[in-house]
Design a protein around this ligand. Structure first.
Ligand SMILES: NC(=O)C1=CN([C@@H]2O[C@H](COP(=O)(O)OP(=O)(O)OC[C@H]3O[C@@H](n4cnc5c(N)ncnc54)[C@H](O)[C@@H]3O)[C@@H](O)[C@H]2O)C=CC1
Ligand SMILES: O=C(O)[C@@H]1CCC=N1
Length: 264
């Protein structure tokens, strides 16, 4: 692991708890000594976690599969400090917007793969899209698919679709969380207690998602199922349409996809 921040943790924590990997099989390099110390005390006890400046950090470059999960601004420095790899290890990058071409130029001795995971991986409900670089063996493909399949549904997509995928599935949890918070606030305003409002908002979102998914319903069908003529729901839908909620959500996904393209 090169970087063990929010996204990498959401992948590794469940893989360790499900015993897909043992702590001894994982070596992580992070930005600072303080971060390394903090992480060693939590869910990552037993994992070798080193700061990037320590001598042991170099071992990460000898691993057969290396997961790059740092911020975009950090990769030039990391690539410059990395030795040119022998034996063509696999570098799996989760960095939004950083292309296979650029990764291959930065890490010339590696075989490169892009993965776009999302944080629901933490509870085994993730989605990951993979786009392969050149000359990846079928054995390497299998290993990468297996790793992500332990925490998510895995799709393979052409690289030019990854920005849109990321906008919907990786940035999407923030948009849904915002909706959950706002709906709970509405319930509080309408008189329900705060804690209960949050729990009910989460259950409503999860239940609705399960219904749409399992019954393969078009969202409009579900909306029509819930809206009685002259009833409560259509009054709420009217308020949402008046506020431009539909357009706001479309724009959020488009803005995230555009930002991902900009980061490239
Ligand atoms: N958070 C999310 O939901 C998703 C994030 N991503 C991508 O994952 C990447 C990381 O994002 P987050 O985990 O949210 O960021 P984060 O800021 O939580 O984690 C960054 C990690 O990099 C480490 N780091 C800093 N300098 C380093 C160095 N020189 N060597 C090794 N490690 C170093 C930090 O210690 C930290 O562990 C980003 O490029 C983002 O585009 C992709 C999909 C979803
Ligand atoms: O906000 C970000 O840049 C990262 C990528 C997708 C989710 N979080």
């Amino acid at each position: 692991m090169i970087g063990l921040g929010r996204m990498a943790q959401a992948l590794v924590e469940p893989l360790l708890s499900s015993k897909a990997f043992s702590a001894e099989q994982v070596l992580a390099v992070v930005g600072t000594v303080a971060t390394a110390q903090r992480l060693r005390q939590g869910a990552f006890a037993g994992v070798s976690i080193q700061s990037s400046r320590s001598a042991e950090a170099a071992r990460v470059w000898t691993a057969p599969i290396q997961l790059l999960a740092v911020k975009q601004q950090q990769i030039d420095g990391i690539a410059a400090a990395a030795p040119v790899a022998e034996n063509q290890p696999l570098l799996v990058s989760v960095l939004a917007g950083v292309s296979l071409d650029r990764l291959q130029r930065l890490f010339p001795g590696h075989r490169v793969v892009r993965a776009v995971p999302n944080t629901p991986a933490l509870v085994g409900e993730g989605l990951t899209a993979l786009a392969w670089g050149e000359a990846i063996s079928s054995e390497q493909r299998l290993k990468v698919r297996e790793m992500f399949a332990g925490v998510s549904e895995v799709l393979e997509l052409p690289e030019d679709k990854l920005d849109a995928f990321l906008a919907l599935t990786s940035s999407g949890p923030a948009f849904v969380a915002l909706m959950a918070e706002a709906m709970a606030d509405g319930a509080v305003a309408a008189g329900l207690p705060r804690d209960l409002s949050h729990r009910l908002a989460h259950r409503t979102l999860a239940g609705t998602a399960a219904l749409l998914d399992q019954r393969q319903l078009h969202p409009a069908t579900l909306k029509d199922m819930v809206t009685s003529p002259g009833g409560t729901t259509i009054a709420g839908v009217r308020a949402l349409e008046r506020a431009g909620a539909r357009s706001a959500l479309m724009e959020a996904v488009i803005a995230a996809a555009e930002r991902s393209r900009e980061l490239a």
